[in-house]
Design a protein around this ligand. Structure first.
Ligand SMILES: Cc1cc2nc3c(=O)[nH]c(=O)nc-3n(C[C@H](O)[C@H](O)[C@H](O)COP(=O)(O)OP(=O)(O)OC[C@H]3O[C@@H](n4cnc5c(N)ncnc54)[C@H](O)[C@@H]3O)c2cc1C
Length: 350
């Protein structure tokens, strides 16, 4: 009989772990609190346009580059990826990530692949999520509220058991649900983890035929990031996303206006092109993904020595996701591979 794994959270980290484990013969059940799988890779449709949330472009997908090496064996290079131009930096170098309080080490690892090559996915993050879900038993609307002795309990009272549990949640959120005894030093370490700030996004629907499509992302003055949606058949943009980090206490409408004004320095036709816009805040992120404070990139690592291990004090409980490794699609994917290697090592010796 195949071994059973329960994965808590259907974000990129949880889905990738599920995918890798199921290819190694495990029976995998993924429990997701939301009505959609994907976590930060969720998409939504407004005014007939699709918007991505935490997935705009990825770096390092060219032949032999780091993300390609993770995705190819998992069959994910068959998706409709397309290469775009290098990111455009105006009055800054890599400020978006710097602003998110990530450390030099983390910035270097996450940013370097974007210098190699930048890619987008036709159809957006949903395409990646749908491909990862194939062959997995993903159960939606299953908010896990307790983890204990190789089993998890959901808010609706359902209980699942397995040989191992893999959590894609923030480590502190995971251990707040654990009922087994865990040594206090480990819990203290988790309490001390610092999270980076949350992101504020303005998702803009554009009038047709006004704003020419730009085939790359723009980082402006160390504060604003501009991502274009897909081009229409005439080469015009139909949507774009403006992003910046915010600290608690922001005024939602004021930040939205300021972001549009700021982006107009680079795109003077933007105000005239706007049909409608919607905003999301760190509170939105916290509601949809459960990330404490709506932190965009999760735990800040001050040095490699501070990275959390996928292995926990409980031999059947493992961690994955951006909080234990590097963030972003690349960082989270490498974390998932590392988690599965740890599971293999631990389970082979049990
Ligand atoms: C605004 C923004 C823009 C970004 N843009 C990019 C980009 O362009 N390129 C890039 O490479 N990276 C980008 N990222 C980063 C990237 O999206 C993340 O690093 C990655 O998706 C994190 O995946 P994860 O699995 O670690 O976490 P998450 O996506 O947060 O997944 C956690 C999952 O667990 C679920 N969950 C939480 N609590 C429970 C519970 N109690 N029970 C059951 N399920 C639960 C959540 O609903 C969620 O689905 C961006 C992030 C943000 C916020």
């Amino acid at each position: 009989m195949s071994r059973q794994a329960l994965v808590v959270g259907a974000g990129l980290g949880g889905l990738l772990c599920g995918r890798i484990l199921s290819r190694e013969g495990w029976h995998v059940t993924v429990l997701e609190q939301g009505i959609q799988a994907g976590g930060a890779l969720q998409t939504f449709v407004r005014g007939g346009l699709r918007f991505d949330t935490g997935f705009h472009s990825v770096g390092g997908l060219g032949p032999g580059e780091p993300l390609e090496q993770v995705f190819r064996p998992l069959g994910l290079m068959d998706l409709p990826w397309y290469q775009v131009e290098a990111d455009e930096f105006i009055n800054c170098d890599l400020p978006f990530m710097r602003l998110s309080s990530q450390t030099e080490d983390e910035i270097a690892h996450v940013a370097d692949p974007f210098r190699q090559s930048v890619w987008r996915l036709r159809g957006g993050g949903k395409m990646l999520v749908d491909a990862l879900r194939e062959g997995l038993d993903v159960q939606l609307r299953k908010k896990v509220v307790e983890i204990s002795d190789r089993s998890v309990t959901c808010a609706d009272g359902s209980i699942y058991g397995a040989d191992i549990v893999v959590s894609d949640l923030h480590p502190l959120s995971t251990f707040r649900m654990v009922r087994d005894h865990v040594r206090p030093a480990y819990l203290k370490r988790l309490e001390k983890l610092q999270n980076g700030p949350g992101a504020f996004t303005v998702n803009v629907a554009l009038k047709p035929g006004v704003l020419p499509y730009v085939n790359h992302s723009i980082f402006l003055d160390g504060e604003v990031m501009i991502h274009f949606g897909e081009a229409d058949e005439n080469g015009f943009a139909r949507s774009l996303d403006l992003l910046r980090f915010v600290q608690p206490g922001y005024d939602r409408e004021a930040v939205a206006k300021e972001l549009i004004e700021h982006a107009s320095k680079r795109l003077p036709d933007l105000p005239e092109a706007i049909l409608q816009y919607w905003t999301s805040t760190p509170a939105t992120w916290e509601r949809f993904t459960g990330t404490p404070g709506g932190s965009a990139f999760g735990v800040v690592k001050h040095s490699p020595a501070e990275y959390l291990s996928a292995v926990t004090p409980l031999p059947w409980l493992f961690l994955t996701g951006q909080n234990i490794g590097l963030h972003g699609v690349l960082g989270t994917s490498i974390a998932a591979v590392n988690t599965c290697n740890s599971i293999k090592n631990v389970c082979d010796t049990l």
